[in-house]
Design a protein around this ligand. Structure first.
Ligand SMILES: Cc1cc2nc3c(=O)[nH]c(=O)nc-3n(C[C@H](O)[C@H](O)[C@H](O)COP(=O)(O)O)c2cc1C
Length: 368
C-alpha cells in the first residue's frame, strides 16, 4: 500500500484529531502550508479577498476565478484583472477553462512564462456558455478528449497542473473515478472533486460517498474534497467520510472568512469555542475594502463590495440597517461613515442569520 493510501485508510473513521491535523501537503513540487484550500468563486475570490483571508491564517492553496484560456492570448482587460496577484498571495494557482486544447496549452505556457506557479484546469463549470464550447463539465463526458487535454497541457509546462471537476455529467454518468485514475497516470499534481454532478448544479446534497469512490480510485495523487463545507465539523466530516487528502472551501469562506483559522486552531488541539473580537471583525471589513480600493479604484470597489454585504452582515455583527447601507454605498466617504456607526453599534443586530445566500444560478440547469 502506498503512503497516501495508508494515510487515507488511517484517517477514515479515526478520531477528530487525526482527521483535522494539518501538516501541510505536497502538490507536485509545491508545499502547501495547510490542507485547507480556498475554492474559486467567480466574482468573489479575486486578489483582495484572497489576501484578506490569508491574513487571518490557516489557508493553504488559493485558486483564481476561472479565466478563459483564449482571453489570456489577447491579454483582455478582464483576464488580466483575474490573474492579478502579489508577493503575499501565495501559494496560488490560476484556473483556466476552454474547449480547445491548443488554447489551453498556449494559456498554460503563457502563465508559466509569466511566473505563475500552478495551473488548474476547470472541468466542473456547469454553465451552458462554457459547456456549449466543450469546456467546463462537458470535458467529463469524453474520457479520451479529457485525457488528451490534460496530457497536452502537462507536456507544455513544468509547473504542477491540477484538475477541478464534478462527479460527472449526471447521475447516470459518474466519470470522476475513471478520470481521476487516468489523470493520475498522466501525471496531474492533484484532483479536486466537487461532490455534485453537472445536472445537480448547486442543488441537492453533496455525495460524500462518491467523492470517496474517487479518492479510492487513485494511488498517489492527492484528492481534494469539495462541497458544502461551512464549519470546522463539516471539514472534519469531509475528510473522515471521503478519505480525501485536503479540503477546498468556497462559500463557507465567504460566510465565515475565519473558517481556515478556526480549522487551524482545532488542528493544534484547541477546540474551545472562539470568536474574533468586535475590533477584529471591523478591521477585517475595512481591510477587505481598502485592498479592493488599491486594486480596483473607488467606483468598481463600491460595486464589488456591495455583493459581500449580505453575508458579511450576520458574521460581522452588522445591524440590519447598516447592512442595507453597505448594499448601496457609492463612495469611500460613505463607507467610512458606515464604519464609524458600526463601531458604535456593533453586535446590536437582531437577526443572527445571513440575509442572503451567495447567489447561484437557478432554474433548470440546461438553461444556465
Ligand atoms: C458564485 C460561484 C462562482 C463559482 N466560480 C467557480 C470558478 O470560477 N471555478 C470553479 O472551478 N468553480 C467555481 N465555483 C464552484 C466552487 O468552486 C465550488 O466547487 C462549489 O461552490 C461547491 O463548494 P462550496 O460549497 O464550498 O462553495 C463557483 C461557485 C459559485 C457559487
Amino acid at each position: 500500500m502506498c503512503a497516501t493510501q495508508a494515510a487515507r485508510g488511517n484517517s477514515v473513521g479515526a478520531g477528530q484529531d487525526a482527521v483535522i491535523e494539518d501538516s501541510g501537503i505536497q502538490i507536485g513540487n509545491r508545499t502547501m502550508p495547510s490542507r485547507y484550500f480556498l475554492a474559486p468563486l467567480a466574482g468573489y475570490t479575486h486578489l483582495a479577498f484572497r489576501q484578506v483571508v490569508r491574513e487571518l491564517g490557516g489557508l493553504g492553496l488559493a485558486t483564481t476565478d476561472l479565466v478563459l484560456a483564449n482571453q489570456l492570448k489577447h491579454k483582455s482587460r478582464k483576464s488580466m484583472e483575474l490573474i492579478k496577484t502579489n508577493d503575499v498571495d501565495r501559494p496560488l494557482s490560476v484556473q483556466i477553462y476552454g474547449g480547445v486544447i491548443s488554447e489551453l496549452v498556449r494559456a498554460a505556457k503563457w502563465l508559466e512564462d509569466h511566473g505563475y506557479e500552478g495551473i488548474d484546469l476547470n472541468m466542473g463549470c456547469p454553465m451552458a456558455k462554457i459547456t456549449g464550447n466543450g469546456g467546463g463539465a462537458r470535458l467529463m463526458c469524453d474520457v479520451d478528449n479529457a485525457c488528451k487535454t490534460v496530457e497536452s497541457v502537462l507536456a507544455a509546462v513544468k509547473v504542477p497542473v491540477t484538475v477541478k471537476m464534478r462527479l460527472g455529467w449526471d447521475r447516470e454518468h459518474i466519470t470522476a473515478p475513471a478520470l481521476a485514475r487516468a489523470f493520475e497516470e498522466l501525471g496531474v499534481a492533484a484532483i479536486t472533486i466537487h461532490g455534485r454532478t453537472r445536472q445537480q448544479g448547486f442543488h441537492g446534497n453533496v455525495h460524500l460517498d462518491r467523492i470517496r469512490d474517487t479518492a479510492e480510485a487513485v494511488q498517489r495523487v492527492p484528492v481534494v474534497g469539495n462541497g458544502d463545507v461551512r464549519t470546522v465539523d463539516d471539514a472534519i466530516n469531509m475528510r473522515r467520510v471521503t478519505g480525501c487528502d485536503a479540503v477546498a472551501i468556497g462559500r463557507g469562506a465567504l460566510m465565515d472568512p475565519w473558517i481556515f483559522a478556526r480549522i487551524r486552531r482545532v488542528g493544534t488541539g484547541d477546540s474551545r469555542a472562539w470568536e474574533p473580537s468586535a475590533e477584529s471583525q471591523i478591521r477585517f471589513l475595512t481591510r477587505h475594502f481598502l485592498l479592493m480600493l488599491d486594486q480596483h479604484g473607488e467606483h468598481m470597489s463600491c460595486l464589488m463590495f456591495r455583493k459581500f454585504a449580505a453575508w458579511y452582515g450576520a458574521r460581522l455583527g452588522i445591524p440590519e440597517d447598516l447592512e442595507d447601507c453597505l448594499r448601496r454605498f457609492e463612495s469611500v466617504q460613505e463607507f467610512e461613515a458606515i464604519v464609524v456607526q458600526l463601531r458604535e453599534r456593533h453586535g446590536t443586530r437582531r437577526n443572527p442569520r445571513p440575509t442572503a445566500e451567495v447567489k447561484v444560478p437557478n432554474g433548470p440547469v440546461e438553461r444556465w
